[in-house]
Design a protein around this ligand. Sequence first.
Ligand code: CP
Length: 336
Amino acid sequence: MKTIFRGRHLITFDTWTKQEIDTVIEVALELKRRFAMGEITEFLKHKTLFMIFFEQSTRTRNSLEAAMTQLGGHAHDLTADKMQIAHGESPKDTAKVLSRMGEGIAIRNCFYNIGNKYINEIAKHSDIPVISMQDDVYHPLQVIADLMTIREYYGQDLRGLKVAVSWAYATTHAKPLSVPQSQILLFPRYGMDVVLAHPEEFPLQKEIIERAKKNAEVHGGKLTIIHDMDEAVEDADIIIPKNWGGFAYFDEYVDDEEHMRIMKENLERHKDWILDSKRFSLAKKDAKIMHALPADRGHEVTDEVIDSENSIIYDEAENRLHTAKAILALLMGGRV
Ligand code: CP
């Protein structure tokens, strides 16, 4: 078990060793047990986390704020428009000033081609840990909760587990690429057989695919890319039906009206990419349904399927709290 984390940033788990990731899960399981017993776990007494949201959030905002309260500290729930960021204050000045006042900075910025760069710029100048609460490339806080949930259901040895990470139709908004990208990077490191399915016009980023394939090669997992949702679901142990935008379809993405128009046109051709009970029947009998949420019910997945006994979405959402507490306790507190 790795024991020195204090002061590190968390922007992607792809730069963390498996031993470090395993430690996070072990600490999260321990904190979950203590939470169930009603025990006090004030590892971050009087410490402050600054959370800066450029977008909406239910799970991330509330899991981190509750985590800080339960760890004995406090989280500032900030939005970019509440701060001088809105008037163009530089990432350097923002990072330096917050570093003088608290123990951690967490940021959600999912703007395509902007978010991850912004968070890295803050991290470069910060003297305290910087945590991505999701950007355009990665969502580390989601994928660690996913891994913990999978371990709770399937145990430590996840080799050969077939996980279908499938694109699905949605009308709500063009969701970021960061959840599926984090999943295809991490799951093959644990030997899982990941099948990524999407229509041709909704690829993930090329460099992420390359790295995910390398992760699979090194760690004995698999990554297969197909363009058929039925084939992805067939014999799957876990199905993750989720929309993402067609940002990576363009060689150079510019968030202009023309790109948005093409994305919308492409989207409307794939309304049949939904996890309904007929399609779900192709999976293994006891297959599980996961979703980072929010789900676009009736478009990504039917109520019947997502509310069925095979669905583990609320366990997955609850584990956002326990994994967030583990990460905050290790990065902002922990051994000196
Ligand atoms: N899964 C997830 O990150 O949810 P929120 O957008 O509500 O934080």
